[in-house]
Design a protein around this ligand. Sequence first.
Ligand code: NAG
Ligand code: NAG
Length: 291
Amino acid sequence: MAGSQALFMAVFVFAITFQASMVNANIAKSMYFNWGAQHSSILGNGDDLRLVLDQTSGSGIQSKRAFLFGSIEMLIKLVPGNSAGTVTAYYLSSTGANHDEIDFEFLGNSTGEPYTVHTNIFTQGQGNREQQFKLWFDPSADYHNYTIHWNPSEVVWYVDSVPIRVYRNYVSEGIAYPNQQGMRVYSSLWNADNWATRGGLVKIDWTAAPFVANYRRFRARACKWNGPVSISQCAIPTPANWWTSPVYQRLSNGQQGQLKWVRDNYMIYNYCTDFKRFNGQMAPECSKPQM
Ligand SMILES: *[C@@H]1O[C@H](CO)[C@@H](O)[C@H](O)[C@H]1NC(C)=O
Ligand SMILES: *[C@@H]1O[C@H](CO)[C@@H](O)[C@H](O)[C@H]1NC(C)=O
């Protein structure tokens, strides 16, 4: 196993070139509204974004470019107060039937009740890999750093640089991994009161509208993707220190300790332990190390 994985990685590394590449452009330059632009706005020097949900519609934004691997970073300050029924999503997705997707979704709650951070990953059109967490802070009081770190060997979801989830590449063992197609970055704020808060029991209180989620400092230190033919031009960014060992980087021992702390204290749902839902037929990655 180790051998075939190493061989796979070696072949893969050969197929891509390592050049510096960092899309350091701000939100205004690198993204556009795909929904609800009439009541949302890009502010400041183009580095700040305000997504709005009211009774007329939600809103959303997406990156102009697609990426294949990278560190996708955003500071987000979630809807404050009574955010029950609202969902703020921040995710990567490709298009088409066998799409890949890596999700952060923030499920709002009644005033004073905790948000739920919902994560998922789709590979070749297949999801059903949800994990949910509580946070160790109030995510509506200030901006916090939500980063998706996606490289050929693993996907890591970070909150303020603390890893909360890892999905590793086990392609060599027949488990799909998102490494064949580029993904764009999306974010949106919408009405999900049919399921989001306490399973849909708590509805949106429209007297509290408009609901606003604030964003700033979008950074994609990422490999630009121009379609399958140009995979060889896909560049891994340097010299950012989190990626100096670009392909093989794994969590350090300290980060693994942080991940364990989050899982022990803040994880509230894990598809890998939901035997009832899957009738005991658990996804194959559930029996592999995920850190
Ligand atoms: C956000 O978190 C990522 C991952 O830990 C880190 O590389 C990046 O520097 C952070 N950005 C900010 C603005 O703190
Ligand atoms: C909302 O708060 C309730 C009560 O604390 C909690 O059970 C629930 O998990 C929270 N989150 C969501 C999204 O319902």
